[in-house]
Ligand binder design. Structure first.
Ligand code: NAD
Length: 327
């Protein structure tokens, strides 16, 4: 492809992805599958890498999430809430591992976690009391959804210790609640939600907290944003701390000694994924040691010390299984 063709293709992809992003992040009503979106985004990133002078700061490849809704108070995040880089196969996981090991000069171990398909939220506790909850928004500024988050039973209003800490997690709608909600909506001739992620996001971005309260939402916390005098040396210690503080964490995480163990874990979840009663869209892989995370740092959009292995869309997995069964 020559430069002029690339420019034309980049402009078309940017426009298309911008529209999909608006439908997904602002309207909570996507018109294409995540898999399709991710593939197009990857096409754009590849072209921008080939023609770096055609990359602009407003490109969907450079931005996190969407614009926060005006209906909510804005919350500026003390530490940006970023996106994650993606890996779509084993080779891309090994490439990630190589980049990580090139950026640090010691042994690296990883923590693997399920990538919960919901809405990223930040929870601020002051002296152990829940004072504010926000969406990720565009990564820098999110929406204040404290009242809605207070309706989630698994978000403690008081921690077990009087810590001042900002915690991050994924609010989600369990599959059974999603099915019930859509049945009720269809009975009332209302538009059903496209998937549990959009149902969770749509429920938490309502002005009336009674709506969120009626939707059986849940949460898994997976990280620490800001914590003064943080004594932890690793991400796995953070996960233990969250649990000790009384926050809900996902029990399936695993510390892996190298990328081959990570790949084994990832493969095991491709099979087990349908058995969960909540949706996951991949596996998040994070460098465990916090000093190594600090050395690796961030790009404009995502940490260099983490990546998300993205599963193929469930329909694609089902088709693969059907093919295997019929041969
Ligand atoms: P992302 O969802 O790929 O990854 C970052 C997010 O992962 C974090 O913000 C966090 O919320 C979440 N997460 C879940 N479990 C986690 C864990 N254990 N540890 C850390 N983070 C965890 O980020 P993104 O940049 O918002 O990616 C966009 C996603 O939205 C993609 O899946 C994309 O397909 C989808 N999308 C779809 C459309 C569409 O039209 N279908 C449009 C835009 C975006």
């Amino acid at each position: 492809m020559n430069r002029a063709e690339a420019q034309q293709k980049i402009e078309a992809l940017k426009k298309e992805l911008e529209q999909y992003g608006y439908e997904y992040y602002t309207l909570d009503a996507p018109s294409v599958s995540d898999y399709e979106y991710d593939k197009k985004l990857r096409e754009l990133i590849d072209l921008e890498e080939e023609f770096p002078d055609l990359q602009t700061p407003d490109s969907p490849s450079q931005r996190v999430g969407g614009k926060p809704l005006d209906a909510f108070e804005k919350v500026e995040h003390d530490i940006p809430m970023l996106s994650l880089g993606n890996a779509f196969d084993d080779q891309e996981l090994r490439d990630f591992d190589r980049r990580v090991r090139n950026g640090t000069d010691e042994e690296v171990s990883y923590v693997c976690e399920l990538k919960i398909d919901g809405l990223a939220v930040s929870l601020r506790y002051e002296d152990g009391v829940f004072v504010r909850g926000a969406t990720r928004g565009d990564g820098t500024v999110g929406e204040d959804i404290t009242k809605n988050l207070r309706t989630i039973r698994n978000i403690p209003l008081r921690l077990k210790k009087p810590e001042t800490i900002e915690v991050r997690g994924e609010a989600y709608m369990p599959k059974p609640s999603f099915i019930k909600l859509n049945e009720a909506r269809e009975a009332k001739e209302e538009e059903p939600f496209a998937n549990p992620r959009n149902a969770a996001a749509g429920s938490l971005r309502q002005l009336d907290p009674k709506i969120a309260a009626s939707r059986n939402l849940d949460i898994f916390t997976y990280g620490v944003g800001l914590w003064e005098d943080d004594p932890a040396e690793s991400h796995s210690e953070h996960l233990e701390t969250l649990k000790e503080l009384g926050l809900k964490t996902n029990p399936e995480w695993k510390r892996c000694k190298d990328i081959e163990e990570v790949i084994e874990y990832v493969h095991s979840w491709v099979e087990r994924r349908p058995d969960l009663d909540y949706e996951i869209d991949g596996i998040v892989i994070k460098v465990d040691r916090l000093d190594q995370q600090r050395t690796l740092g961030f790009t404009a959009k995502s940490p260099r010390w983490a990546t998300a292995y993205k599963f193929p869309a469930e329909e694609a997995v089902t088709q693969l299984r059907d093919i295997e069964l019929s041969v």
